[in-house]
Every structure is written in C-alpha cells, then in structure tokens.
Design a binder for this molecule. Structure first.
Ligand SMILES: [Zn+2]
Length: 359
C-alpha cells in the first residue's frame, strides 16, 4: 500500500487533485477502557482510562473545529473495552493517515513525572521495556490472545524486537510527528520533558500509517494526577495535541500539493463552534505563583481553598470565579488584605486569555 502510494504520487500531478478530495483521516485512540483501567492514580485513584478518554475527546473536538476537512475517528468514545489488534485494524480499515494513541504513565517512584512521546519503530532501548510491558499487558484480558497475537508475549523482549522489522515504513514521519507533538506538549508538562522515545507497542503493530503514542504524565505522581484530572489540564493537553496536529497537517498538505483552504492559523484561543457568546470570559483572582504545587493546608494559602493553573513552569494559584467583572473585582478587593498583589486573570474554555477589560 505504501509503495503504491508513492508511485501514485509520482505518476501524475493531475491526479493529485482527486487525491486531495479524499479527506485526511485521523484516528484518535484513547488508551485502555472498560475492564482495562490502565494505570491507577496514586492519590485520587483516578483511572488512566478516564483521563485518556477525556483528553482524546477534547482533542478530537478541537481538531474537528479547526480542520473541517479532516475526518476524525475514535477507537472508542465511551468507557468500553477495545482490544489492541482491533484498534490497529480499525485504523487500517479506515485508511487513516495518522494515528494518535493517548495514555498516562505510571511507575513505582512517585516523584517521576513528565511527558513521553513514542514513535513506533526501531526498538532497541531496554529501558523502554517496562512501559511496553505495561501498555501491552492488556492483551492478557482478551481471550485467545495467544492465537490472536501470533504468540506475542508482552513479557518477552523478543516480541518487541519483532516489531522493529515490521514497522519501519512510516518511521520518519512518525518520528517527525512525535517531535512536533513533544514540542507542543511542553507547554503542559514543563517540569520534565522526557522526550521522544522509540518503542514497539503492540498497539501499533500492523498500523499502515505514521503512528505515535503519548504518555501525558504520571498518574503515580500526586501533582501530575491532579493536573490530568482537572478540566483545565485536560484542555491544555487537548489544545497542545490539536496544535501539533495542525503543524503535521500543514506539512502533509504541502508535501501532497493539497491546497488546503480550510487550514486555519493556530488561534490563540479555542471556542466551541456552537457557542453563541464566544467572547465570554471567566474571571479568577490570581493570588501568587510558585514553582511547585502546594498541599491544601499550606500556610501560603492562608486557609483559602485555592485552585491553580500551570503556566511557564509555575503553579499559579487562583481564588474565586465569576463571569461578572464587578463581582470578581469585589472578590479581589476582599483578598488584598491577605494577598496584596492579587490580580484578575481571565479564561475562555479553560484556556488562559488576555483580560479584555482594564482593571
Ligand atoms: Zn496506558
């Protein structure tokens, strides 16, 4: 199929137009689901499958809104179990142009955190074995896994090495996209960008398109778990995924001489297409910023039940929330005795934006 595609593109420029008429197909894959919870969070015991699904659906929503010419498909849209092979089969059957699998990481060491993006292909590094074992171990939950996966054993390094031979066709594009993704995702995981890795996930076996797997952060870390559970965090991740996709799509269009009228420059904010009041802002009062998350009983918080968002590697603590400017101004005033530098910040759909009013 791949060789066929190259021949096709070289054969005639005249055919490129009809090629462009086929929509670009993106398959988004929320890791785990149903009886397979994936990793489980350390503190709130949030299940990985829930985080994966929330971020996946949001990313798909943003991408659909920004790229009306892209067909966004999902391996699952609810909490149902989908086998690994079914996911790859679905992507192949849908003739997907790109495959993104979304997961969250976990390790015993609770201080470990950060983003990892895996490109499929050249698997050699032994330190990736643990992650691969975990992500692939779901096949034990499926009946007849031995026949289905042709003797694949998630605990055997040989099984992973076999992948390497099968999966180098889309390696360059997968790696390139993994790097773009990493770049965009740094805004969400600024503490520790663990970088692009290479792995032979069973999931990606048989996928006939560039494919990556994102480990958003570690649910085994308290702060990371809280971030991934928060709507603000999920929106940031989804937006970063959307931004990375936009960059990939732009270069895909250039490579294939597709005049993409529908490609929009990256907006500064995300607004749902059906929102009748797109400029509606939610105001909060920012109390202070600090390089790490604080425990709820921290003296810094002075007894306030504060929330936080993360920006530029800083935890920015906020208090209060209102769509009404007068109300938030009152809240800010009342906070000044405890936080003399408190000021008002604005969010749209969970994404921080410029305050449109002068305080
Ligand atoms: Zn996972």
């Amino acid at each position: 199929m791949y060789i066929g595609l190259i021949l096709f593109l070289c054969a005639s420029n005249g055919l490129a137009a009809s090629f462009a008429d086929d929509p670009f197909v993106l398959v988004l894959d929320a890791g785990h689901g149903g009886t397979d919870s994936g990793a489980v969070g350390k503190k709130a015991k949030e299940k990985e499958k829930t985080i994966n699904l929330a971020v996946t659906l949001l990313a798909g929503k943003y991408i659909s809104e920004r790229h009306p010419d892209v067909k966004v498909l999902y391996t699952r849209k609810d909490d149902s179990f989908v086998g690994l092979q079914e996911r790859a089969d679905y992507a192949n059957k849908s003739q997907a142009n790109l495959f993104i699998s979304i997961h969250a990481n976990a390790v015993k060491n609770t201080s470990a955190r950060g983003l990892e993006v895996y490109a499929l292909g050249d698997w050699r590094a032994a330190d990736n074995l643990e992650v691969m074992k975990r992500e692939n171990s779901v096949i034990y939950l499926e009946e007849n896994y031995k026949e289905k996966y042709e003797g694949f054993d998630p605990n055997s390094p040989e099984s992973y090495i076999a992948f390497e031979l099968l999966h180098n066709k889309f390696w360059e594009q997968s790696l390139g996209f993994a790097e773009t993704m990493c770049d965009e995702m740094k805004s969400c995981a600024p503490w520790n960008d663990r970088g692009v890795k290479q792995a032979g996930f069973l999931l990606l076996r048989g996928a006939g398109m560039p494919s990556i797997l994102i480990e958003l952060d570690f649910v085994s870390n308290f702060e990371a778990e809280a971030l991934m559970m928060s709507v603000t965090g999920q929106k940031k991740y989804a937006q970063a995924i959307c931004n990375a996709f936009s960059r990939y799509k732009a270069s895909y269009d250039r490579r294939n001489s597709i005049k993409s009228a529908t490609y929009l420059p990256l907006p500064e904010k995300e607004t749902p297409a059906n929102d009748p009041a797109p400029d509606r802002q939610v105001y909060k009062v920012q109390l202070f910023a600090i390089p790490r998350a604080l425990p709820a009983n921290s003296p810094h918080l002075k007894g306030y039940k504060a929330d936080y968002y993360v920006e530029n590697k800083m935890y920015k603590y906020t208090y209060g929330e209102s769509e009404d400017w007068e109300e938030i101004s009152q809240i800010r005033k009342s906070l000044l005795k405890d936080f003399k530098d408190a000021f008002i910040v604005a969010f749209e759909n969970g994404i921080k934006v410029q305050v449109k009013r002068s305080p």
